[in-house]
Design a protein around this ligand. Structure first.
Ligand code: ATP
Length: 143
């Protein structure tokens, strides 16, 4: 983790904290999601996160945490944007819907999974497929 310096905290999820961090060597901004390991083991929540984010660039294991380095999405929350505007124009809704369907298509292409809501695209238990919670193999085509 010495490679990165913290810029600020971005948000709190169900499993850990996400921070905006800067690569000391390249200056690149990244989002780093840290998840407590609990008794120094990768627990089930950490395992689920790894499955969800396995296309991430880097995962770092410290004594206490699993840190997942992911691309920093600087545009803010879609959910907040919807709330701020109260409603989208058709053009704006079409634009974001295309982005979402492209994202879902990409996840399927990567044999990954996505069960989420506009606020985020990872990990909330209520949106996770039962197979994932049971640590069984997930087949998006069957689901
Ligand atoms: N790659 C990212 N770029 C920018 N902000 C991010 C990024 N990943 C997460 N965030 C911010 O950090 C917050 C917490 O993210 P996190 O993924 O931990 O939780 P979540 O997606 O809200 O919920 P869950 O714990 O169910 O996954 C998000 O709501 C978002 O605001």
């Amino acid at each position: 983790m010495d490679t990165y310096e913290e810029v600020r905290s971005i948000g709190l999820g169900n499993f850990g904290v996400t921070r905006l961090m800067r690569n000391r060597d390249t200056g690149e901004l990244v989002a780093v999601k840290t998840i407590p390991r609990g008794n120094h083991r990768i627990n089930k929540s950490a395992y689920r996160e790894i499955i969800n984010q396995r296309s991430s660039t880097t995962a770092i294991l410290t004594h206490t945490h699993l840190a997942i380095v992911i691309e920093y999405a600087s545009g803010g929350e879609l959910f907040d944007r919807i709330v701020d505007l109260e409603r989208f124009s058709e053009d704006e809704a079409r634009y974001f819907f295309q982005q979402l369907t492209w994202g879902v298509s990409y996840c399927h292409h990567m044999s990954s999974m996505l069960h989420s809501r506009p606020k985020s695209a990872v990990g909330t238990p209520a949106y996770i497929a039962p197979e994932i919670l049971n640590l069984q193999e997930y087949d998006g085509k069957v689901s």
